[in-house]
Design a protein around this ligand. Sequence first.
Ligand SMILES: Cc1ncc(COP(=O)(O)O)c(C=O)c1O
Length: 367
Amino acid sequence: MAVSTSTTISFARGAPSLDIIDVEGLKAAAARAFDSDPAGATAYGTSIGYPRLRAWIADKHGVEPERVLVTNGSMQADAFLFEHLVRPQDDVIVERPTYDRTLLSLRTRGASIHPVALQDDGIDTAALSRLLGGESGPAVKPKLAHLIPNFQNPAGYTLSETKRRELVSLAATHGFTIFEDDPYVDLRFSGQPLPTMLSLDPEHVIYASSFSKTVCPGIRVGYLVGPPQDIAAIAQLATNTYISPNMVAQAIVYEFCASGAVQRSIETVKAALAERAGALGAALRRELPEAQFIDPEGGYFMWVTLPEGTDVNALFAGAADRGVAFVKGTDFLLEGGQNTLRLAYSGVTVEQIDEGVRRLAGAYRAL
Ligand SMILES: Cc1ncc(COP(=O)(O)O)c(C=O)c1O
């Protein structure tokens, strides 16, 4: 189907298009939730979340339920974790670039943020070791290292197994917690799955994931897995904040998962993402050969580097004039990145991708 010239094509939002959300499956799961457990689904419950979903998540990760806390989306989980662990001036390691909301949240808390370069196989562990060992200035003693291991937001890159092992070993040696922020893990459409850092070292890793990318974002269900003492402390924070998370949403997610609908949903989403990522790569090679990028193995995002000297602000304005939106790379960095951008392919059809990249290339040529 042709894309209307008056329609804005958005590569900006990291969200799925409606056609890959199983609305009928969700309606059926909602009916089952109210039929099978009306008391549990409609009560306040407690801050640890809907017990059946908590047990399902514990089973998925091979841990005891005491290690799991289910929240309203993983953003809520992140906020609780930062509130629990990060005080003003605490050293925190992040990837460079990283998720803009993480940067914002850590800045608001007054953390001392240490960005470490992201390579195409994940964070530069050699640079991190130098930072920890004091080889590149005063030794940094982090409380926390925030890492997005699979199909990173914004870069789309994946942390190699070797680096996962190195990181848990660095965390044990230097006594910091790894925050493994992993909402995209189930959306791998090529290559082999890798072990979570949580599975490599359950005592130094607090893991977060979400049903936003596998069920739908509007359901707002995410979770934390971590050492029981941290989970208990965060559960207390959660009680004080909201008594309990949304039990209706969690009961629906539980039914969706327990019936196997989630697995079918993941297959649908992965097939669409694979097609869209392929179309985006092909369109960029055809229309904008100056663009450098790595084809992702899963997830929502592609990180594009344009030739040095490209002004992403001017490109953004020119693209907006032509009806195409993206997020500037500078939004994911404390400094630099003026020639970079993030393209999300999760919410656009193949036709929109082709037309959107044509418009983007037009804006680039007009700079
Ligand atoms: C790395 C990362 N963490 C957390 C989130 C938030 O997810 P949720 O919808 O579960 O709050 C996102 C969403 O885009 C993300 O990319």
